[in-house]
Design a protein around this ligand. Sequence first.
Ligand code: ZN
Length: 443
Amino acid sequence: MIRGFLFLLLTFFILTTGTYGFELVLPKEKQSVTTANYAFFVGRAKGFESLKINGENIFIASNGAFAHSVKLKEGENRIVLRTTYGVQIYKIFKSKAIQNEYSIENMEPVKAYVNHDNTPLRSTPVDAGLNRIAHLFGGTHLIIDGSKGNFLRVKLSKDKAAWIAKNDVTITNESFYPADFVNMDTERFKNAMIQTITFSKKLPYTVEDNENEIIFRVYNPELSEDSVYNLNIPKPDKYAYNITLDDGKYTFKVRKLPEDIKDMTIVIDAGHGGSEKGAIGCLGDEEKNINLKIAQYTAQILKDKGFNVVMTRDYDANVTLTDRISIAKENDADLFVSIHLNSIPDIPMNIHKNRGTSVFYFNNNSKRFAEVMENSVTNHAGTHNDEVRTASFAVIRPTEYAGILVEVAYMTNPMDSVLYTNDKFLRKVAKGIVDGVIKYAKE
Ligand SMILES: [Zn+2]
């Protein structure tokens, strides 16, 4: 009897673990071509066994999760995964990365128009996210005097240039004529200040959010190389701002966030959803589902406290980044919290080094919120403090609210995967987020 049972159990075990005793989430193919410097092996070991990758013993977490990175050399890389059950070989061909090294070419100044609203103006000729210095409006007049790769150099003043993508502008052969300055005005309200500056046509601008003030600059390079108009705008402790352009009239509105948290609107944004799964964890878990659970727990606690909460999604649905931002703006969001889990860390040679919680912000008006949130989540959930960072994520780029993006843990970190697959942990994270919101609102 006993022997027969054991035999049954043994066959069952062998059938479910397969021949190799592990399941890989990454890489997806046994043979592939890449230009990357590292290949990642992420997955789950299913027996009580050891796993070696190219002879190196791989750490396996209590739930079977493992992750490892292999440095690739140019040409064919053979990567051998060895377990007690056998050997599997992966072949990854690393080809040379194509170098797009264009040099800057100066050109005779020409006029151009920005094609559409929300066009990034950058400090360098690369699509690098953090180099965005303004978002220009459609129809803005520009002077172009150079190019590099897919970017054009915009002349703003004698010593200030910026870059814009070639696809974002239309070059014309119109002759130059400077805009006329029309007027400037300031209006003060209890919780807001509105500054306007009007020209006879749409001019480029930049915003500098410094420690004590915001400097809004409008450039009129066709008038003279020195023609810059500066608005120095004082700001309260907790603030948000927006800029609109109507013909040549810029309206810059800076407002104080409500003092009472009950007067605030808090947007909770569960990252990804629907066909957009987000990162895949060691055990095959999909980030979108974990984000949603944390978001739902968070929103529920906030609602129970009587706060105004808006969710960008509360079920498994595709919601575009633009829609998430529109939902926030239409609801006059004061605070915006996007919930995500991280994947491959920045330092790929040591895939285990980055674990735990990072909170990201883009604009200075959200920096303090990010710091408070980092402390709160790591304290409540007991995650490793993976620091406050800046990043150019679309949902936290608007300045109309204080917006942060919480990367709760790393999907591809075996130790973190033990945490995020546990519902109690997700509830602790939610409490941490709620506490972070309350602390920041009351500060
Ligand atoms: Zn994500």
